[in-house]
Design a protein around this ligand. Structure first.
Ligand code: CA
Length: 232
């Protein structure tokens, strides 16, 4: 199997070197781009397996780069942001980014995000061709045809909204979904940003799915950002 190719888009030399060295020692291939223009050129020319994208670049805004790449490719994009404001991350995720890292980040964090992204990639590759009728993730099973959900052998009784929420998260396993994205998908644009309601439904859904309510085995909360279904 070919080593995965990572495109590192970062104008800060020190951070770029840290990422490159990490990738090199963990058996990834990589290309680097110090500007937005170079990033787009690299993305088009080499079709990388994943893009690590710094949002603050000298020439083009990171969000714009995500939109441009998304106009022709679904390649995974992990955003790296020095800005601590949640709005930047949220804008990036809504523009089509898959995940995010906040600076300063550890090498372990970076590697963990890459692993999540590649697991997700492998899963969607195996799922393409025939639309899966049954979703399985650890003990969790969704039978789409019957509209039933199981945890192990036990059937879970979900409300229609909980079921829709669960299916949306399952369909995007491994990807962080923002509050806005979820509320728009579940209730439509009139209810966009009704985070309080979403939180209530998510809490009841979680009570039914997580055997231990203090751990987040299946549904991970990203405070101020959204939720992610983890691959167990
Ligand atoms: Ca920067």
């Amino acid at each position: 199997m070919n080593k995965p190719l990572v495109l590192v888009v970062e104008d800060d030399v020190a951070v770029r070197n840290l990422i490159s060295t990490t990738l090199e020692t963990h058996d990834y291939r990589f290309h680097t781009a110090p500007t937005g223009q170079a990033a787009i050129l690299e993305a088009v020319s080499y079709n990388p397996d994943v893009v690590l994208l710094d949002l603050g670049l000298p020439d083009i805004d990171g969000i714009d780069i995500i939109r441009r790449i998304r106009s022709w490719s679904q390649m995974p994009i992990i955003v790296i942001s020095a800005r601590s404001e949640d709005t930047d991350k949220i804008d990036a995720l809504d523009a089509g980014a898959d995940d995010y890292l906040t600076k300063p980040f550890s090498v372990e964090e970076l590697l963990a995000r890459l692993r999540v992204t590649f697991r997700r990639l492998n899963y969607s590759a195996s799922a393409t061709g025939s639309e899966k009728v049954v979703y399985t993730n650890g003990e969790l099973k969704i039978d789409y045809a019957a509209g039933c959900v199981f945890m192990g052998d036990a059937e879970l009784h979900l409300t229609p909204i909980e079921y829709k929420l669960l299916c949306l998260l399952a369909k995007n396993t491994g990807k962080v979904l923002t509050h806005t994205f979820i509320t728009r998908e579940i209730w439509g644009s009139a209810w966009e940003n009704n985070v309080a309601s979403l939180r209530v439904f998510m809490a009841t859904l979680r009570k039914k799915i997580e055997s231990n309510t203090t751990t987040q085995k299946y549904i991970q909360t990203h405070v101020g950002v959204g939720y992610r279904m983890l691959r167990v």
